[in-house]
Design a protein around this ligand. Sequence first.
Ligand SMILES: [Zn+2]
Ligand SMILES: [Zn+2]
Length: 367
Amino acid sequence: MNNLVYYLDKPNGTFTAVQESIGEPGPGEILLKTLRTSVCQSDVVIYKQGLPRIKQWPAIILHEASCRIEAVGDGVTKFQVGDLVGLGCDIPCGDRSCIYCGDKGTGDWTSCPNTQATGHEFPGFAREYAILPDWFVDLGPIMKFNPAVTPDEACHLEPLACNLEGMTRVNNCIENRIVVLIGAGSQSTYALQSALAMGARKVIVINRGVERLERVIRDFGNDKVVGLPWTDDIRDRILEECRPFNEPHFIMVNASAEAAYRLATDLMGYATVLDAHAGVKGADGKPNILHEVDLNNDVHYKLQCYQATHGSVMHGIGLSHELINSKKLPLLSLMTMDNERFRPSQILQAISRASDSDSLKVIIDWE
Ligand SMILES: [Zn+2]
Ligand SMILES: [Zn+2]
């Protein structure tokens, strides 16, 4: 069978369409047909400057994918031909005896020294068909959706999973709590929708760009959501919105700017969880800031928690699957504007559009 594959020759380079042949899945393997790929901000970075983890060029990038099962190999019982599945980006290392990724492992494969990710060490989904190896099928992040779910929705599985890893690493910090989201990009938009679905008391979204903030509040907000444009007195205004509490309970930073991290640490109070979530946009990663933490007063008595999350394992994938499969995030489709749908031959335009500051989710339709 013919397989259309798009190779990126080098960072900032060109995509070339290549017709390759692809065989039948072997024992334990499955053959997938790509239905949608969405563009992650990491794809924008990979396109512009590459990534140390990508050692081989030309490379097949894109990791947010929903697919249809085209064929299953001998012994595969979890999936059937025709199933709609979504895929995660971080995947097991492939060693079935690995203490993280193996059959008896913890499942924390982002902690494995040999961890791999789709679109990095493992070929991405800028291709029409893919065969997944048996360890991926058995242990990896591939989830089947019920027929009411669309390929567009299934495509959100991975970015939403990363978000939920951050929101659930500490228990009891969202439901009936005050949530502060710094930044109004795609990760904050997922966090806003999830926080409401998880029963947050109030969600306060802060962003420098007023236009994007207004769109996010208009499209995804309700009477529990407040949008605050960044001003010099932003800290006081956030604390005012937290009343009757003196602090927020959960803060997620989805902006790589130093000021965002300074604001987040300045908001820490009783039982506040800070998730230094995003910030790998660009090569610099998260900014280093000095912030003193008193283990007695801040951590012991005030129960503060400082964490960062990256990627996703089956925990986040499972939560994401549950929210999408049960249609608890009915507004997901609003993340993609009409001019943000592309054909596979337009990968470059899709990535370029995803790098625009007003873009939340660009989708490439392979059907
Ligand atoms: Zn992603
Ligand atoms: Zn491993």
